[in-house]
Structure formats: C-alpha cells, structure tokens
Design a protein around this ligand. Structure first.
Ligand code: XMP
Length: 327
C-alpha cells in the first residue's frame, strides 16, 4: 500500500530517477486499488490533473474516463492541447464537453466578482455531474490533490479541494496518486510520464480562468480580446526567453472605452492591461521589468491584431497594494 500522508523522512523528488521510482510504486498501488473497475477524472489541463491523468493512463488505460469541461474561459489553444495530448497521443478515453454557451449565458450581466466565481464553480460541478451520470459502472473519482492542498485544508486556509460539491448521491472512492507530492515534484513526475514541458511547467492559471481577467460583466467580445491579447503576450514572452522565468503574466481588458485614432478615423475602444509578476508564494509579488523594446513590440502587435483595442497599459503595482488578479 502507498502512503496516505507524506512521510517525514521522504526524500524530495528532484531527479528523473526518483520520479521514476515514485511512478513505478504508484502504478502498482493504483492497479491494486482499482482492479478492473472504472475511474473518472475531471481533466482541466492544469499541471496536477494532467499528471494524474498520465499516471492513470499508464496504470489502468481505458478504465480511466477523463472529462474535459471547456467553460469558455480557457486560454487560446488550451482545450485543443488537452485533446491532442490525451486523446490523440496518449490514447485516453476522453470526453470533451464544450459548455461555453452554458457558462457565458449564466454569467451574462453578472458584475460581482464572488458571484461570478460561484456561478463558474457551481456550473462546473453541474456539467461534470451530468457527464458522470451518463457513464456506467464508475466506482472511483481521481483527483489532483497535492500535499500543500492537504496542509492548507488542515490549517483551515482552503476548503477541502476538488471533490467538494458533487451531489450527495454521487459517492465515489477517491484516487489521489500525487497527494503526498509538492508542486515541483509533480512537475518532474509529469515530465517523466512524457507530458509536454509547456503543460508541466506552465504558469499558474485561476480556476475561473479568463473570467477574472474580464472585470465586471463578461461579454463575448471582451473575452475574445483578453484571449487574443494573452496569446500574443505568451508568444512574445516565449520568443524573448521570459517563459519559465517570469512567474505569472497575463492580460486584462477592463470594461471601459477611450478614444483613439486608426486610419485617420476616431475609434472608441478598450485598453489591454499587461500584468507580469514574480513571487515565491503568491502572498506578495513584484513587477517584472519588461524591456522597453519588448513593451513597444507588444503594444504594436496588440493594437494592430486584437479587435476592439486601441491602447495598451502596463500595471506597475506590486502586491500589496494590488492583488495579482483583478478580481
Ligand atoms: P491574487 O489575485 O489573490 O492571486 O493575488 C494569487 C494567486 O492565486 C491565483 N488565483 C486563483 N486561483 N482560483 C484559483 O484557482 C481563483 O479564484 C483564484 N484567484 C486568484 C492567481 O492567479 C495567483 O496565482
């Protein structure tokens, strides 16, 4: 049997050899726990759930059913990458649900940040539960719980993670193969399992996704502007060697317009705000010093390529006084 808690003397997984030993041990334990039964996993494409998926595919193959819910608030290319990596390359049993309209219809006109978060979280559980009900014979629910989640829930900082919220009648036994690992260990294990580096080493991304980067009521056009501007920022950061160096970087499109000029004509469009910060633990954060040339390139690309945008602003504010996200 595997450990339920991280042993005090557990060696930190820092090498591929240590990661491989952990994987071998977990795969044996997973096979023993699951037998010939079926396991369900909500696969967001984030590091933790992706590593759990890759591990379970190795351990029980087609007995794993992954459900990827696209809430319409993901970054450009994310759902496509989940399908490519898990369905096409790893041959996973993947159910892809495009629930964009459902989420955006529910969020229409909602301005309060916490209400937005509640709607997104609640709707997610509903869509996931609906998919689970369509499947026969599921006995296990896999989760990407990691060791800091357990510590934080014990200290009362975080409500107990992912499973929380599923309807009462849906009782599954939990499968949590990375629950004694720290984040850096999960990444090495993920690399060892053959996941792409940009999936394993990706920057943090909030559960409510681009929804919190579209302050106030989310509209489809402003959401599209956030997504496109974010894709340009990520592309240029990668080209300029900042990917993996800067802790978190993204764009925000606030709900106001200002005048501009394009092709000799007056425009009235949104600004894009760029945020790029470094931190150890996300409790405080410092602003990245983006080179001026890169800043100018970003302004040029975003104002010429992103529909409905005529200005680019840079947020110079550390945390505190600002938070990292805008809502
Ligand atoms: P703040 O904005 O509080 O963010 O300085 C600190 C870190 O947490 C992430 N964040 C979230 N992650 N759900 C999440 O899963 C959320 O609702 C949420 N809000 C903020 C944020 O991206 C940053 O890394």
């Amino acid at each position: 049997m595997v450990n339920d808690r991280r042993p005090d003397d557990m060696v930190r997984i820092t090498t591929k050899e240590l990661a491989q030993a952990f994987i071998d041990e977990q795969i044996a334990a997973l096979r023993e726990q699951i037998g010939t039964k079926k396991v369900l996993l909500a696969l967001s494409g984030g590091v933790d759930s992706s590593v759990v998926a890759a591990m379970l595919i190795k351990a029980v193959g087609q007995q794993l059913v992954c459900v990827h819910v696209n809430h319409g608030l993901l970054r450009k290319g994310e759902p496509e990458q989940v399908i490519e990596v898990f369905r096409n390359q790893m041959k996973a049993n993947l159910v892809y649900v495009d629930a964009t309209d459902r989420f955006l219809d529910k969020l229409a006109g909602v301005t309060d940040p916490e209400t937005k978060r509640k709607i997104i979280g609640g709707e997610f559980i509903e869509v996931f539960a609906e998919e689970a009900r369509k499947l026969d014979g599921i006995e296990f629910l896999a989760q990407g719980t990691i060791w800091p989640d357990i510590l934080e829930s014990e200290k009362g900082i975080k409500a107990h993670h992912n499973a929380g919220g599923l309807p009462e009648d849906m009782k599954f036994e939990l499968v949590e193969p990375v629950k004694i690992l720290f984040k850096d260990e999960v990444r090495i294990v993920g690399e060892c399992l053959g996941l792409p580096a940009n999936m394993v080493y990706r920057q943090p991304f909030p559960g409510p996704g681009l929804g919190v980067r579209c302050p106030g009521a989310i509209t489809r056009d402003r959401l599209e502007a956030v997504r496109e501007a974010d894709a340009i920022l990520r592309e240029e950061f990668a080209k300029h060697g900042l990917e993996g160096k800067v802790w978190q970087y993204f764009t925000v499109v606030p709900d106001f317009k200002s005048t501009g000029i394009r092709d000799g004509k007056r425009t009235f469009e949104w600004p894009v705000i760029i945020r790029a910060v470094n931190t150890q633990d996300a409790m405080t954060a410092e602003v990245e010093n983006i080179p001026f040339d890169l800043m100018q390139l970003l302004v040029k690309r975003i104002t010429s390529e992103v529909k409905g945008v005529n200005r680019v602003l840079y947020d110079f504010t550390p945390k505190p006084s600002a938070t990292i996200e805008y809502e």
